[in-house]
Design a protein around this ligand. Structure first.
Ligand code: AHR
Length: 312
């Protein structure tokens, strides 16, 4: 049965009040893909918050390919959406499509991963985590935990992506004061659990027991590496210490279980912040050019207590 027109009007009015938009709006979201549990949580946050606020969300999953993302943005421009959100797969190669959006006067909000552009006015603002700080937190925690000694293998994220670039640089720079900490190998597992497992299997074959530490650019790869370590007959947390980034619930559980030494949070639940920002931009307000989420670290001291309230 169709709701009475008066009731429908009431629903629409409620949605508009909740969303803080003067009229119903359409947002195009060019998402990276579905490579990790973090990404799924981010997609859910963007979708569920849009629904709550009565926003029409056009969602495009680029399946890990920048050309798909660029095509999706081009379609959003042709459709005349009110705002475009991009979680850029890699940092470079965005200028031409951002110029098109600017010419069409459609504000672009860069989320999650940063872009390298010569003209910062090509996008309205950035919302996400500070990947350099995450890598630094992991390095500092590790140096203290192992007293500045150990052979590290690094599982990198997607080559050319901001989190892989920044987490790699930050970690290397912040273990540099400890000559006893050495990165003996570094390979990409593409932020995927299967990638982390495969790379770890081959690293174990190559370096054997020389490996004492794994630094993974995300939890999915760390969890894949844990599987590989166990299948090789070694004990994660004892024979090999593993540190990673994201703080997905499964990783915090692994910390509580003693398999993962620590995980630095990278909060993906910024859907509400994105739509609040879009509302301000469309109302002509000025918004901060870069808004970073605040992230914390989970280790044996706080993981178990944090578990009941983990949202992703
Ligand atoms: O860009 C954020 C990173 O991308 C997350 O750390 C990772 O899990 C994801 O795939």
């Amino acid at each position: 049965m169709k709701p009475h027109p008066l009731f429908r009007g009431l629903l629409l009015a409620t949605a508009l009040v909740a969303s803080a938009f003067a009229k119903p709006i359409t947002v195009g979201f060019a998402q990276t893909g579905a490579e990790s549990a973090w990404r799924t949580a981010n997609t859910n946050s963007m979708k569920s918050e849009a629904e709550k606020r009565g926003i029409t969300l056009k969602f495009a999953d680029a399946q890990g390919k920048q050309e798909n993302q660029i095509r999706a943005v081009s379609t959003f421009i042709a459709q005349g959406v009110d705002a475009i959100v991009i979680a850029p797969i890699v940092e470079t190669g965005w200028e031409p499509i951002l110029r098109q959006a600017k010419r069409a006067k459609i504000p672009v909000i860069i989320t999650d991963r940063t872009v390298q552009v010569s003209d910062e006015s090509l996008y309205a603002c950035f919302i996400g985590s500070d990947f350099y700080t995450e890598g630094k937190m992991a390095a500092e925690w590790l140096a203290k935990a192992v007293n500045g000694q150990g052979n590290i293998v690094e599982l990198q994220g997607t080559p050319g992506s901001a989190p892989a670039n920044e987490r790699r640089k930050a970690f290397a720079e912040n273990i540099a004061p400890f000559p006893g900490l050495k990165i003996i190998d570094s390979q990409s597992g593409d932020f995927r659990r299967s990638g982390g497992k495969e790379v770890m299997e081959s690293l174990l074959k190559k370096h054997g027991k020389a490996i004492t530490i794994v630094y993974a650019h995300n939890d999915d790869m760390a969890l894949g590496a844990i599987q590989a370590i166990e299948e090789a007959g070694l004990k994660p947390g004892k024979d090999i210490l593993i540190v990673s980034i994201d703080a997905i619930k499964e990783a915090v559980q692994a910390v509580a279980a003693g398999k993962l030494a620590c995980t630095v949070e990278c909060n993906p639940l910024f859907g509400p912040k994105v739509y609040d920002t879009i509302a301000k931009i469309l109302a002509g307000e000025t918004v901060p050019k870069k808004a970073f989420n605040k992230d914390e670290l989970f280790d044996a001291t706080n993981a178990a207590a944090a578990l009941p309230s983990r949202q992703y």
